[in-house]
Design a protein around this ligand. Structure first.
Ligand code: AMP
Ligand code: ZN
Length: 138
């Protein structure tokens, strides 16, 4: 399925040119236009899913192995020393393009700190109550 108004549908299916680093029947992997670091890539499924909640599980299951392959290529060919795999769902989580995509962001020694948060705190009761709520929904 494709959404005629979706820019990532057009890029993933080759209607709009992109700096492509990988393509197969399910995905196109492109370079982000506003890279967080050199080589920042986006894994785009060719089918339109708004986010991870809507994704076909068979397609979603292929994403992490592909992210690993792309990250390894960044280490080998760009001399990155590591990489982050980031995937945003919903505006509150920072999603700005509502076509499922996964960021693979190479990291370099001495580069800026990214993808981090200030650890909070929670009591054992709070953790148990929250865990129970999520368990109910799965
Ligand atoms: P997110 O905030 O997770 O929705 O990420 C959207 C990402 O898409 C951002 O990092 C943008 O820089 C990137 N982006 C938006 N439009 C394009 C485009 N036409 N080509 C490549 N990357 C894009
Ligand atoms: Zn789309």
């Amino acid at each position: 399925m494709r959404d005629g108004n979706c820019i990532f549908c057009k890029i993933a299916n080759g209607e709009i040119p992109s700096a492509t680093v990988f393509e197969d029947e399910d995905f196109r992997v492109i370079l982000d236009l506003g890279p967080a670091s050199k080589g920042h890539a986006l894994i785009l499924p060719k089918h339109h899913f708004k986010d991870l909640c809507e994704a076909d599980p068979a397609v979603a299951a292929k994403i992490l192995p592909l992210a690993g392959k792309v990250g390894q290529a960044m280490i080998k060919e760009l001399r990155a020393s590591g990489f982050n795999v980031v995937q945003n769902n919903g505006a509150s989580a920072g999603q700005t393009v509502f076509h499922l995509h996964v960021h693979v962001i190479p990291r370099y020694d001495g580069g800026p700190l990214m993808v981090s948060w200030v650890p909070g705190g929670a009591t054992a009761e709070e953790l148990a109550e929250t865990a129970e709520a999520i368990r109910r929904g799965i």
